[in-house]
Design a protein around this ligand. Structure first.
Ligand code: GLN
Length: 488
């Protein structure tokens, strides 16, 4: 059951071979057994999950089930869910029970999916290792001495350890793709504006995008069908006709043109990751694709540009956490200014404070033109590089992350090393393009390697097609970590 695809689960539920309540209970029991070591979930509410499962069973009995009715899905703790503790991995929100549902949550609720719990994450989604969470680090199920990646590390570990059928993540600079790569699962960041950000706690609003994380491209297509769609409550939500993201899965890959950016295969890439990615490209050639070298000349600037723009937006977005409206308030304080200062000093962790300081600095009078404005101009050039590259190819491929999962603590004292984890993913967010990561082998230390696939704007169906055909020909995506193998 724990290795079944979403389609298979949907079929057994509709055939009444298992009820949603039974399936949900199986997952909750497995979580109780395996989660204490992994720390992938930070909030569970058995009663709420089972109530949703009972409602799903009624829908299944009435014959009005959707593809996801009755299926247990985990939600990153960045999504507001009514009646659920929603912490965003921060002490600042340790006591915040959301009074409303994020758009993504209500889409899953409408489809009849079961919310299995909230997954751990880097504080306010700032990080690449899940070590900045107020609730403690998440362990990588393939090797518990290593990080799962971040910021959607709890989700990635939960999917890899089969602690949910599938889950959600968010990606501002790589937080879906990098943890997917490090945990050996599949994850997709859609084109900016395809999934509503309503009720998703904001980090850097011009970059944040929610997306699905699961065990296969086919599962991601079903999840994206549920998550995507216009929402008037998000001013950047795109008004487009609904798409079936699974429509092209079965298309053969003959004639697919793959662009390989020369800058992605240069210095800084570990040789074991390079080898696995090259083997994946060779497999694509066997499947009928052709390969062309492309160039993204400004991609080397994406990390510095991101670390100006993302903190700038974060410093503005996080100003709402002031100890007054909601969240943590310092127990002892003098006047109003003291209350703000103490509440924020106590509520935020070190990485969040670092970003707020960088952000307010680059936006300050006298530095705005030198940093913020300059970064915006380079952002435009980075986007243009992709537009030029897509004249020659249908999808771009390369590594998701420069190395496999590193050891817990290895980079936590060196922010710049940590920031470089996203060197291949960040440009995609700056350009607003869709990107995904799928497992494509194992590195020297037997840790999973991710292949990144980048699509043109609204190219999700094409990327999913390319990923699915690869997954039909290979079995990297169905490998399971030792210790998570037992199934029912
Ligand atoms: N690792 C990047 C950061 O720390 C990206 C995070 C994300 O995508 N949410 O900002």
């Amino acid at each position: 059951m724990f290795n079944s695809s979403l389609r298979q689960l949907g079929a057994v539920l509709r055939a009444k071979k298992i009820s949603s309540v039974e399936l949900t209970q199986l997952y909750l029991d497995r979580i109780a057994r395996l989660n204490p070591a992994l720390n992938a979930y930070i909030t569970l509410d058995q009663e709420k999950s089972l109530a949703q499962a009972r409602a799903a069973d009624e829908r299944l009995a009435n014959g009005d089930a959707t593809d996801l009715t009755g299926i247990p899905i985990a939600q990153k703790d960045i999504f507001c869910a009514r009646g659920w503790l929603t912490t965003c991995g921060s002490k600042m929100l340790h006591n915040f029970v959301s009074p409303y549902d994020a758009h993504v949550i209500s889409q899953f609720n409408d489809a009849g999916a079961v919310n299995l719990g909230k997954t751990n994450m880097d504080e306010f989604a700032m990080g690449s290792s899940n070590e900045t969470s107020y609730y403690g680090a998440v362990k990588n199920p393939w090797d518990e001495s290593r990080v799962p990646g971040g910021s959607s590390g709890g989700t990635a570990a939960a999917v890899a350890a089969r602690l949910c059928a599938a889950a959600t993540g968010t990606d501002t600079g790589g937080s879906i793709r990098q943890p997917a790569a490090l945990c050996g699962i599949s994850g997709l960041k859609p084109t900016y504006g395809v999934v509503s950000r309503y009720g998703m706690i904001a980090f850097a609003s011009s970059l944040d995008q929610a997306g699905p994380m699961g065990r296969s491209a086919e599962d991601l297509a079903l999840l994206l069908n549920t998550m995507a769609g216009f929402d008037e409550r998000d001013s950047t939500s795109l008004q487009r006709d609904r798409e079936d993201y699974a429509r092209d899965l079965a298309q053969p890959l003959d004639g697919l043109r793959i662009g390989l950016p020369r800058e992605f295969f240069a210095e800084g890439l570990s040789s074991d990751v390079a080898q696995a990615v090259e083997a994946a490209i060779a497999e694509y050639k066997k499947l009928g694709a052709t390969v062309v070298e492309v160039s993204l000349p400004n991609s080397g600037l994406s990390v510095p540009v991101y670390y100006v723009l993302a903190p700038a937006e974060a410093s503005s977005n996080l100003s709402r956490f002031d100890g007054v409206r909601y969240g943590h308030r310092a127990p002892d304080y003098g006047d109003l200014a003291d209350m703000y200062e103490k509440s924020r000093a106590q509520g935020f962790g070190a990485e969040v404070k670092r970003r707020i300081m960088i952000g307010t600095y680059v936006l300050s009078h006298g530095y705005y033109d030198a940093y913020y404005l300059q970064a915006q101009k380079i952002r435009r050039l980075i986007a243009q590089d992709f537009t030029d590259a897509f004249r020659q190819c249908d999808v771009i491929m390369g590594p998701t992350s420069p190395s496999t999962a590193f050891k817990l603590g290895e980079k936590s004292d060196d922010p710049v090393q940590m920031y470089l984890s996203d060197i291949y993913t960040i440009a995609v967010n700056l350009a607003g393009l869709p990107g995904m990561s799928i497992p494509c082998g194992f590195g020297a230390d037997n840790m999973p390697v991710g292949l990144q696939i980048i699509g043109n704007y609204f190219g999700e169906a094409r990327m999913l097609n390319a990923a699915h055909q690869y997954q039909l020909a290979t079995d990297w995506h169905s490998r399971t970590p030792q210790g998570c193998k037992e199934t029912t």
